[in-house]
Design a protein around this ligand. Structure first.
Ligand code: KIV
Length: 271
């Protein structure tokens, strides 16, 4: 059964994974995920961009609709992509309404804790749209953070991340993602907040964890310190496709088993 917001508690570990299409969503739901995220990591792992910045609202809507069809009974969060909530509250509200109305997502996620983003969280919340926050490493603005590296290692930046997480909570977020920060900093934040923290590369003290589908399943070769690979589907897929190519080239596929029959008397008439 789909979790409801009051059931997103801090006392049992929450498990979230990203999904971007119908089969991935079905697998995530059958595996019993508490939450599914249609992350704008879509840009990196599905669309082949080298950042999340080019992902559009239409991209997110298209993929979230497929995920909703595959996982009708799982709490579904969709990322608002870069640029869709940075040009004013009216634009943010319009983007949010489109995602919720056109996809059936239960909630949205926004990155950062600038005064403008906090206003977005407040306005969406006041209008009945649950918002998940995201602090620490925020990929939509990673260039200004010095690239994809651990955030909050020195006192000033650690304090800033604590303040950001608290501000996101005060603005009304129902949960917050902590990305790529030291484990003990994530513990401090988790202890100080009332809303659940969901970590990625933030150690074991968060209330939940989120991983990218392609990292869990080993679809690409790149090993990531922040993830654990539970399968090697990328290698398996390449081997299977090679075998298919060999079989076609060597005449081993298709066989009679893969073919349909036509009666002799019909065939005779064709000659
Ligand atoms: O886009 C994404 O997949 C995310 C997760 C890494 C939290 O934001």
């Amino acid at each position: 059964m789909k979790l409801t917001l009051p059931e997103l508690r801090r006392d049992t570990p929450l498990v979230m994974v990203t999904a971007y299409d119908y089969p991935g969503a079905q697998q995530a739901e059958r595996a019993g995920m508490d939450l599914i995220l249609v992350g704008d990591s879509l840009g990196n792992v599905v669309l082949g961009y080298d950042s999340t910045a080019p992902v559009t609202l239409d991209d997110v809507i298209h993929h979230t609709r497929a995920v909703r069809r595959g996982a009708p009974d799982t709490f579904l969060v969709a990322d608002l992509p870069f640029g869709t909530y940075h040009t004013g509250l009216r634009d943010a509200m319009r983007a949010a309404v489109r995602v919720i109305q056109e996809t059936g997502a239960d909630a949205l996620k926004v990155e950062g804790a600038s005064p403008e983003v906090l206003d977005v969280i407040r306005v969406l919340g006041r209008n009945g749209v649950p918002v998940m926050g995201h602090v620490g490493l925020t990929p939509q603005t990673e260039v200004s953070l010095g690239g994809r590296r651990v955030q909050g290692r020195d006192e000033d930046s650690a304090r800033q991340i604590i303040e950001n997480a608290q501000a996101v909570q005060e603005a009304g977020a129902f949960a917050v993602v902590l990305e790529v920060i030291p484990a003990r900093l994530a513990r401090v934040i988790t202890e100080r907040l009332e809303i659940p923290t969901i970590g990625i590369g933030a150690g074991p003290h968060c209330n939940g964890q989120v991983l990218v589908y392609h990292d869990v399943l080993g679809i690409y070769d790149n090993e990531k310190k922040i993830a654990r690979r539970y399968a090697e589907l990328g290698k398996l897929a390449t081997e299977a496709l090679k075998q298919y190519a060999d079989d076609v080239r060597g005449g081993a596929f298709p066989t009679r088993e893969n073919s349909f029959i036509i009666k002799d008397e019909v065939l005779d008439k064709l000659y």
